[in-house]
Each structure stands twice: as C-alpha cells, then as structure tokens.
Design a protein. Structure first.
Lengths: 414, 164
C-alpha cells in the first residue's frame, strides 16, 4: 500500500499540512493536560503568596507613616523633610507608571496572542517571555531618533513631554489603597479629570508638528474625540459623587465600606440601575479617552499609518505609549475607587488582606477589561463615534444623574 | 510664606510670558499653544492663592477644552499665510499707547483692592461654592445657564446648512 500511514489517533484540530496540525482539540478538555494543571497551580500559588505577603506586611500607608516619622527624627529642618518626602512620593508615582508600562505591554501581548490562538512572547527571559518589554525598552533607547525635514523641530520634540507630564501629575490624588495617595486633595476627582484632559494638547502638537498629512488628521481626530468624550466621562461619575457627597477620592473610598444584609458589599456598582449604568458609561468613555480600540480612530492603522505618532521613533514614540498605558492604569484605579469599593474587601472576613492588595487587584481586573475590549471589538467610524457620544452617551448620562437624584430624594438621606 | 510668594510670582510670570508670546509669535499655531500656556499659568495662580475648585475648573475648561478647540479650528481652517503672519500693522504705536493707559488704570484699580487678603489659611472651597450657587445666588446661576444655552442654540442655528 502506498501513501502516508493513517494516524494512530484521530486528530480533530485544524490541519495545516499533511504532518502539522493546530491542536484546537486540547481546548475542549484543557484540564486533562498536566502542564495546564501545573500552570493553574502556579498561578494560584502566586496569588496566595501575594496575599500572604500582604497580610504579613500590613497596610502600606502605615509603613509610609513610619518612614515619615523616621525622616522627621533625623533632625533635618522642616522644609528639608517636606522636600525629601515630596520627592520620595514623586519617585514612587513615576516608578509605578514606568513599571506599569513594562507590565501592561507584556500582558497586552500575551492576552492578544491568546485571544488569537497564538502564544505571544515566549523566549526573552525564559518564562513566557517575561523580559520581552525590558529588552524592547533597551532597543527603543538605542534607536535612532528621527525628525522629519518638514517637521517643526521644537514642537516635535516637545509634544511627547506635554503628553506625558499631565499623566504623571494626574496620579497625585489617586488612591493605591485606603489612605495611600501621594496627595490628599479635596477636589481629587476634578483634579484628575482636569489633568487627564490636558494631554490631548501634546497629541495635537505631535500631529501638527510632524509635517505629515496622516499625522495632522490623527491629531485632529484626537482633539475632537477627547474633548467630546470628556463630557460623558465627567458626568457619568456625578451619581457617585452625589452618593458619596464629596469630590475627595478618600471619602468616596470610605463611603463604600460595610455590607448590606451582612454579605453584599456597599459598593456603588451594586446600587440598583444607577450604579451599573454609570459604571458602564464611565468604562466606555474611559476607553475612548485612552484612544484604544474600538475608539482608536486617532491612530487607525488601516487609514492613517499610525496617526499622530507616525513620524516619531525611539524614546519619543515610546513616551506616547507610556502615556497611553499610564491613562489605562489611571482609569483602572478610578474604576476601582468609584465603583468597586476601593480598598474594601468583597466579602466579610477577608479584611486581614490589606487594602492595597484589594485595590491593585480590582484595578488589574479592570485593566484586563480594557485589554479584552481592545482585542474583541472592531473600530468605530468617525461619524459613528461622534453620534454615539452626543446622541446616546451624553443624554443617558444626564438621565442617570436625574435617576440618582430621585433615589436620594426617595431615600431622604440628603 | 516665601514658598507661597515663589509659587504665585512664578505662575504669574508663566501667564504673562504666555500672553506676550500669543501676540508676538508669527506662527498662528504657536500663538494658540502659547495661549494654552498662559491659561495654564492663570490656573496656577488660582492654585497658589488656594482657590482649588477654580484651579481645576480653569484647567479643565480653558486648557483642556477651549485651547484645544482653538488649535483644532486653526488646523482645520488654517491657511499657509497663518504660519508667517506679522502680528502688528502700522498702528502699533497707537495700540501700545492705549495698552499703557489701560495698564496704568488697571494698576491703580488693583492697588485700591490690594490690601484685601485671606485672613486664615485656605481651605476647601467646593462645598461653600456649591451651597452659594444653588442657595443664595440660584437666580443668577440659572440666568447665566440660560444665557449660555441661548448662545449654544444660536451657534447651532447659524452654523446649520439650512440657516436663512
């Protein structure tokens, strides 16, 4: 008999050629694979380890207080202590933003790869390509920095700086755990939104200064989109501010402590109808504000090459991406504080795990939602984007505020 | 406090420098960006004076929205001559004189009210502002809203294709 021998096991995957096939059948019963079980065990072990370390370390804000007391006991003059403490907090916040860039890019690559039946980075560093983004950063640092001949040199160099500086400043009142923020501001929410809206000037400058029609179109689209979506983003959290009665993020965080009926956490997302609607509106507007798919028309690859950052390379280019992932992290922490109870535990009896682990966990969950969105939905067209904002999102945000007022009136709490 | 004075005067310098750049730069887009810088300097002055709500509102509305929209319009409707336009014509001496007279008048007016300062340390202003706007001054507040609404509708009416 001629021809290839019949396979011993009938394989149900996608045949790529006579000898290679893509094993989709393993996803029907992944738990039968020993390596899959081992990976799940590792993941559970890492999460339990983080919780154990957190429970042993306790609240980070208490450690901050101890560090400040130590600094004050050294006998330095008061202003020197204040400045050192300020610089320390600034270094912590910038460290969080930069580390988030490394982590989020790697995570996004892995998630996008798995959603498309690929593996993503697998080689750099050994375990699942964990060092890929570190090597990428080194590559970007060594890359030639090109400025086009038609560019406005000063504006071209200044644009990434103007994009990222407000991002760093917007993190000042963001809570990383209960009472764990660089600055305790009474106008926290307004402050974050104010600085988050300034970054678009850097994007518009980048688009104009590149001297390239695709860049200019990208910058124009970014200006129109971000200015439009700022409105529903601000108005969607008004119900939360009404329930909490303050613009201070720490007050909003504390207002969600405790449980209804002994088990249902008093988070704003569990307020009937109003909470879920404002969560959804804020999530959608936040995705649009960060210029990510399905709202990424400022950098739509199929239409505008790369939009406003077409003519950027090396570290200037990566500053734009650091800004984008910084804003994703900012939105994740804001979602956690506004709707998911901030540093509060989801069930009674879990309070021994400190608030910063809950807060970071909830923020990472929300960041996963951001990445999930990006690799699930197709891109909107420009007119669809504007129609959706002005004709659907904004009117319903106002209706939601009215509903929140009605609930507060009927409950008679304020 | 010396730090307060440094903060105030540096922010004032930013605002004035931005304003001077707006009227001296030849490139219209540069001028618009300098306007954003000047408005941010004004926001910084509010912050240095302890007016926290005004600071955030100024940044949110003037820098984050109005300056961006001015740049947007310049890019969308700009002409090539916008990039090398002279900012002054033959009447600059007369304009300078009018500016000087107005400046002296404003200086005297400011000196009249210069002694008024906050007696105590600044404290959060959001709650008192909200109570005043929806309490004692609710009529003025609603009238201003009405004027803004009329302006908005008028802009839509005149920019509509079928406008008479």
């Amino acid at each position: 008999m001629n021809g290839p021998a019949a396979p011993a096991v009938k394989r149900t995957g996608i045949m790529l050629s006579a000898t290679r096939y893509w094993p989709t059948e393993i996803w029907k019963s992944p738990w039968s694979l020993p390596r899959y079980r081992a990976g799940a065990a590792w993941l559970a072990g890492i999460l339990l380890g983080i919780c154990a370390v957190g429970a042993a370390a306790g609240e980070l804000s208490a450690w901050g207080g101890r560090l400040l007391a130590l600094l004050e006991s050294t006998g330095l003059p008061a202003y020197a202590t204040a400045w050192i403490w300020l610089l320390f907090k600034l270094a912590c916040v910038i460290g969080v933003i930069v580390a988030n860039g490394l982590w989020a890019v790697w995570w996004e690559r892995k998630i996008s790869a798995h959603m498309q039946s690929r593996f993503g980075p697998m080689y750099a560093g050994g375990f699942h390509g964990w060092a890929q983004t570190i090597f990428d950063t080194i590559k970007l640092l060594l890359k030639e920095d090109v400025t086009p001949a038609a560019a406005d040199r000063v504006m071209h160099a200044l644009a990434p700086v103007i994009a990222i500086a407000p991002c760093v400043m917007a993190f000042a009142p963001v809570l990383f755990g209960t009472d764990l923020a660089a600055a305790n501001l009474d106008i926290g929410v307004l402050y974050v939104f104010a600085f988050a809206g300034v970054s678009v000037i850097g994007v518009v400058m980048a688009g104009w200064a590149s001297g390239n029609k695709y860049s200019l179109l990208g910058g124009l689209r970014a200006a129109a989109q971000i200015v439009s979506y700022e409105l529903p983003r601000g108005f969607s959290v008004v119900p939360v501010l009404m329930f909490a009665g303050s613009l201070d993020l720490a007050v909003i965080d504390r207002a969600q402590a405790g449980y209804w009926l002994g088990f249902l956490p008093r988070w704003f997302i569990f307020y009937p109808v109003v909470g879920q609607l404002s969560f959804l509106f804020f999530l959608i507007a936040s995705v649009a504000e960060t210029n990510r798919t399905p709202f990424d028309i400022p950098e739509a690859e199929s239409e505008l090459v790369a939009g406003f950052h077409t003519e950027f390379s090396g570290m200037k280019w990566s500053l734009f991406f650091l800004t984008e992932y910084g804003y994703v992290l900012l939105s994740s922490f804001l979602l956690a504080v506004f709707f998911l109870g901030g540093g509060a535990a989801p069930l009674p009896g879990l309070g021994f795990i400190p608030s910063w682990i809950w807060m970071t966990g909830k923020a990472m969950l929300m960041m996963f939602v951001f990445l999930w969105f990006r690799w699930t939905f197709p891109r909107l067209r420009v007119d669809q984007l504007m129609d959706f904002n002005w004709k659907f999102l904004l009117p319903w945000c106002f209706a939601n505020i009215g509903l929140a007022g009605l609930i507060l009136y009927l409950l008679g709490t304020r | 406090m010396i730090v307060d004075a440094i903060a105030f005067y540096s922010m004032a310098a930013v605002a004035v420098t931005g304003a001077v750049l707006v009227v001296t730069l030849r490139n219209a887009v540069h001028s618009a960006l300098a306007l954003g810088l000047s408005l941010a300097g004004v926001a910084g002055i509010f912050a240095a004076l302890g007016a926290d709500f005004l600071f955030a509102a100024q940044l949110l509305i003037y820098v984050g929205a109005i300056a961006v929209l001015i740049v947007f319009v310049l890019m969308l409707l700009g002409r090539a001559s916008d990039l090398r336009l002279r900012q002054v014509n033959q009447q600059w001496a007369a304009a300078l004189l009018i500016c000087a007279i107005t400046g002296v008048g404003l200086f005297h007016l400011a000196k009249l009210f210069g002694g008024i300062g906050a007696a105590a340390a600044s404290r959060p202003t959001t709650r008192p502002l909200g109570l005043l706007m929806l309490g004692d001054y609710v009529l003025c507040f609603e009238l201003v809203s009405l004027v803004l609404l009329a302006a908005l509708l008028g802009a839509i009416f005149f920019s509509h294709k079928d406008a008479p």
